[in-house]
Ligand binder design. Structure first.
Ligand code: NAI
Ligand code: MG
Length: 500
């Protein structure tokens, strides 16, 4: 593999990175570091600081100090910074894509053509929003009401390892546009791209406006979210961690934006364009090795087309090129961490115990050259019942479970029989049916006749235990601002209400 020949040094990766606090790169208080690993070959890429509560204290103090000036800055200043970030990301598009691929194991073609454009679009989207933030007025016969919209203050943002650049972008861009300051905690397993981003952008951002503390969630999460100067938390990750975040947030009653997992229904009707639906199901299985909260991991297939569909689906997945993620030809990379691969493997084992059949895959990749990395074969289980754990729990691997159906009403009940509700897909040429099903699905985003059809400024977020709050759209600005209502009386003198 090429990754065994090239080292992290060849890509300009530094041997160690600090926290980014108050505009400076600083060592952590603990003196301990965490290795960032290339999951495609197990090699150590670099070291990051293992943060603790003292580091959080410093970072929150820096963010608090920066807030008064930043929240009063001109929209033009904030807009210019967001535009310049987008410009610089475009100029070093392939460098950042490489950092993402090196640390996460996702194929370079995805980093180049999915992650980076999506991340850049967040900065462009919110660059425009800086000028759009405004209040409201109400006219009354005897008064004028003014609603001001104000930035909140210091926001905690905690992001995962599956799409770090995009997660960083979708969190910091609206916070910057609306005049908040931030303490960002990236994931301890994958954050090389995010740290490199702040190395480059440091001269653009006024000191303290964004601070980055790396480390284990268990060591810094509580100190960050319960800090009395932190007024909001935005989190993307697992339901288990979200429950803790909500408890931390309850200490000072701060608002939360939570984007959690999914087990989305991808529904294929009898009249679907089968080739196009197979392509979408293939993409949903392999995109980012299935480490995507939006993945259509429950495929509801109409029984009248199952033979043709499954034959084509199997052939498509068996033709997927899995290998060195840095190779532009590679279509399926390595699971992001040892922990994640172990989790996926445990579900592969569980599936057969639960009585599902393996259509394809079902094991780790068996080629010798992939043995040192966390590679799992693209996998489809058939003969799945919606109540099985493999149909109910988020696997976060290149694994799709097929559930066949014949009665629309019964299938829709099953599609909604999940604790999650993040995304979903529908394939039919019948417009009325498509809308009928879309209305009935209890989920935040639905793609009709093309899965993963992400469009800029469409709100993204969950129903049920997939979380709450909507990101990726201007709607998120409501989560980063609060309103203040001011009523100006237009009448002179006393009301006389106590005159007897
Ligand atoms: P996680 O939710 O524990 O990690 C996400 C982020 O939360 C990381 O930055 C982590 O350091 C931080 N964190 C962990 N414990 C924390 C705490 N006590 N306080 C504050 N922050 C804390 O997710 P994990 O364990 O890495 O993955 C487990 C599963 O979660 C995955 O297999 C997947 O099913 C799901 N997941 C869903 C994601 C999504 O996009 N919705 C992203 C990542 C994971
Ligand atoms: Mg965890």
């Amino acid at each position: 593999m090429a990754t065994q020949l090239k080292t992290a040094n060849d890509f300009g990766v530094k041997p160690e990175y600090g926290h980014y606090i108050g505009g400076e790169w600083v060592s952590g208080d603990s003196g301990k570091t965490i290795d960032l690993i290339n999951p495609a070959n197990g090699q150590v890429l670099t070291k990051i600081q293992a943060g603790n509560a003292k580091d959080i204290e410093r970072a929150v103090a820096a963010a608090k100090a920066a807030f008064p000036k930043w929240s009063q800055s001109l929209a033009s200043e904030r807009q210019e910074i967001l535009i310049e970030i987008a410009r610089r990301l475009k100029a070093r598009h392939s460098d950042y894509a490489t950092f993402e691929t090196l640390n996460n194991g996702k194929p370079m073609r995805e980093s180049m053509y999915f992650d980076m454009p999506q991340a850049i679009s967040q900065f462009e989207l919110f660059a425009g929003a800086a000028y759009g933030l405004h209040g409201q007025t109400f006219d009354y016969p005897d008064a004028v009401g003014i609603v001001h919209r104000e930035a909140l203050g210091v926001c905690a943002q905690i992001i995962p390892w599956n799409v770090p650049m995009l997660m960083m972008a979708c969190k910091i861009a609206p916070a910057l546009a609306s005049g908040n300051t931030v303490v960002l905690k990236p994931a301890e397993t994958v954050c090389l791209s995010v740290i490199e981003f702040f190395m480059e952008m440091a001269d653009l951002l006024p000191p303290g406006v964004i601070n980055v503390v790396t480390g284990y969630g268990a060591d810094v999460g509580e100190a960050l979210v319960t800090h009395p100067d932190v007024v909001k938390v935005a989190f993307t990750g697992s339901v288990a961690t979200a429950r803790r975040i909500m408890q931390y947030a309850s200490v000072n009653i701060i608002p939360q934006t939570l984007e959690l997992g999914g087990k989305s229904a991808h529904i294929v009707c009898a009249d679907a364009d089968i080739d196009a639906a197979v392509e979408s199901a293939t993409m949903s299985t392999v995109l980012n090795k299935g480490e995507v909260c939006l993945a259509g991991s429950r495929l509801f297939l109409h029984q009248s087309i199952q033979d043709e569909f499954l034959a084509k689906f199997k052939a498509a997945l068996e033709g997927i090129r899995q290998g060195d993620p840095l190779d532009m030809a590679t279509q399926l990379g390595a699971q992001a961490s040892r922990m994640q691969m172990d989790k996926v493997e445990s579900y592969l084992k569980l599936a057969t115990e639960e009585g599902a059949d393996v259509l394809t895959g079902g094991t780790r990749a068996d080629s010798a050259e992939l043995a040192s990395g966390h590679f799992v074969k693209p996998t489809v289980f058939t003969n799945v019942n919606n109540t099985m754990r493999i149909a109910q729990e988020e696997i976060f691997g290149p694994v799709t479970s097929v559930i066949t159906w014949s009665d629309e009403d019964e299938m829709m009940k099953q599609a909604n029989a999940t604790t999650y509700g993040l995304a979903g897909g529908i394939w039919t040429k019948d417009l009325a049916r498509a809308h009928r099903m879309a209305r009935r699905l209890e989920t935040g985003t639905i793609w009709i006749n093309r899965y993963y059809n992400l469009k800029a400024n469409m709100p993204l977020g969950g129903y049920k235990q997939s979380g709450f709050g909507r990101e990726f759209s201007h709607e998120v600005l409501n989560h980063y601002t609060q309103t203040k209502s001011v009523v100006v009386n237009l009448q002179e003198g006393r009301t006389g209400m106590f005159d007897q």
